[in-house]
Design a protein around this ligand. Structure first.
Ligand code: GDP
Ligand code: IMO
Ligand code: MG
Length: 429
């Protein structure tokens, strides 16, 4: 396999986990480069379901080294729980997983701040996953973060004391929330020492050695391009760069370490949390278009991390083409095609109307993007089931046309079509 980045090119939950798991047997290394336990990547193998938050989606395969890079933020409690679940089902995680010693640690005060800030934002809340992601990246940028390697540092006590003073001032004086105790933080640090520190490694060095030995590397993105802190629907985004370019800085490799970039996209759109979504049809707040309801129900659209219902809508080719361009996508993996089965007609958004003008790009301002009215191309749907189809020639003609039109509008070829949640439900093109 060529060295490949696999990333989401919508608002997350595109089915990245499934695609990475099915490509992993051809890779020697699978590496995560950004995000943290805000991610929820689902793998379905027969009747066994695994949901991964921190651990790369190659973990179920023998002979696959899994790496968590410096660009990620790490919650030791979450990681410990995830390791336990996998080990209980017989996966030797400790043998297969290494974590960068430069990872930033998510500590209890990050979660407390995340929650309190969301409450304070009121109607303007972002709808974060509540995992402390934003405050942890904030500390990193502010140079007061605690990294895995800092657990052995002599001035750790002093730094923690300073951080707690600041955080507790913000919590109690400004956000009207409970302060965090030093004991709670110490417990989290003790867990990190016990369960994560033994897995710590110099990840760029490991990657360098692997690459010299001719290994192929699969880089696994979390979230999606429209949640990228620079290129997404700011401020309704996550706190990291989720684009392909982040794989390099988030692991410590150069641009020549990558040959392919696979963009994973659902055959429709979903979003969890707040923020603009021009093709939205259905949400828990009362938008209730029949096709959107179909997508939510047939697609079981509930968040893998928080269980929140996902908002659903038609495929937006302006969003995905934007993502194709800024990520250098070399091919698309279109997932959940089966979810469209049975719809009389299917739609693709090919532009927006804003203030009476036609747009074929995404306005930078979130309010302007939210005000965009989608312009659709309507195509006939199909009544046959595509569930589990593994040969694209056996897909109904209307489904093949739909996928072909996505490729044309997004200016990228389709290399995979996913027709069900299982590892086996895939057509390679
Ligand atoms: P990720 O965050 O991108 O890895 O995606 P999630 O795991 O959060 O959400 C994708 C959901 O869709 C999971 O429940 C998958 O099991 C499921 N899924 C993935 N591909 C397909 C598909 O082609 N068809 C159907 N019906 N479900 C799929
Ligand atoms: P995977 O990897 C979908 C969304 C949250 C919220 C915004 C900010 O499974 O695709 P955060 O907790 O990151 O500060 O929340 O980003 N979000 C995701 N949505 N899939 C994800 O990950 C997400 N990770 C964060 O819902 O809108
Ligand atoms: Mg997910």
């Amino acid at each position: 396999m060529k060295n490949t980045i696999t990333i989401g090119i919508q608002w997350g939950d595109e089915g990245k986990g499934k695609i990475v798991d099915l490509l992993a047997p051809e890779a020697d290394v699978v590496a995560r480069f950004q995000g943290g336990p805000n991610a929820g990547h689902t793998l379905i193998i027969g009747n066994q379901k695994t949901v991964l938050h921190h651990i790369p989606s190659g973990i179920l395969h023998h002979n696959t080294l899994c790496l968590i890079g410096n660009g990620t933020v790490l919650d030791a409690v979450e990681l410990r729980d995830e390791i336990r679940l996998l080990e209980d089902s017989g996966v030797p995680v400790a043998e297969r997983l290494r974590v960068s010693d430069r990872c930033q640690l998510i500590l209890p005060y990050h979660r407390a701040l995340d929650a309190a800030r969301e409450v304070a934002r009121g109607a303007g809340r972002i709808g974060t996953t509540g995992r402390g992601i934003g405050p942890c990246y904030e500390d990193k940028a502010c140079r007061r973060g605690i990294r895995l390697c800092d657990l052995n540092s002599r001035n750790l006590d002093e730094r923690l004391e300073r951080n707690l003073k600041l955080v507790n001032f913000m919590l109690s004086e400004y956000l009207n929330a409970e302060p965090v105790s030093r004991d709670t933080v110490e417990e989290a640090l003790a867990l990190a020492r016990q369960h994560v520190l033994p897995l710590a490694a110099d990840v760029p060095m490991l990657l360098h050695q692997q690459r010299r030995a001719g290994a192929s590397i699969l880089y696994e993105g979390a979230q999606g391009t429209m949640l990228d802190i620079d290129h997404g629907t700011y401020p309704f985004v996550t706190s990291s760069n989720t684009v392909a370019g982040a794989a390099l800085a988030g692991l410590g490799v150069g641009p020549n370490a990558v040959e392919e970039v696979i963009g994973v996209a659902k055959a429709y759109m979903t979003r969890v949390g707040a923020g603009p979504f021009p093709t939205e049809l259905y949400n828990a707040e009362g938008m209730n278009h029949a096709a959107g309801k179909h997508l939510a129900e047939a697609g079981h659209e509930f968040g893998s991390t928080t269980g929140r219902p996902r908002r659903t809508g038609w495929f937006d080719a302006i969003v995905t083409r934007h993502a194709v361009r800024i990520n250098g996508i070399t091919s698309l993996a279109i997932t959940k095609l089966d979810v469209l089965d049975g719809l009389e007609e299917v739609k693709l958004c090919t532009g927006y109307i804003l203030n009476g003008r036609m747009l074929e790009y995404i306005p930078a301002d979130a309010a302007a993007f939210a005000a965009c009215e989608p312009v659709y191309e309507t195509m006939p749907g199909w009544q046959q089931s595509t569930y589990g189809v593994t040969n694209a020639d056996q897909l109904p003609q209307a489904a093949r046309h739909f996928v072909q039109r996505i490729a044309e509008l997004c200016e990228a070829p389709v290399s995979m079509i996913s027709t069900g949640p299982d590892r086996e439900h895939i057509c390679h093109l």
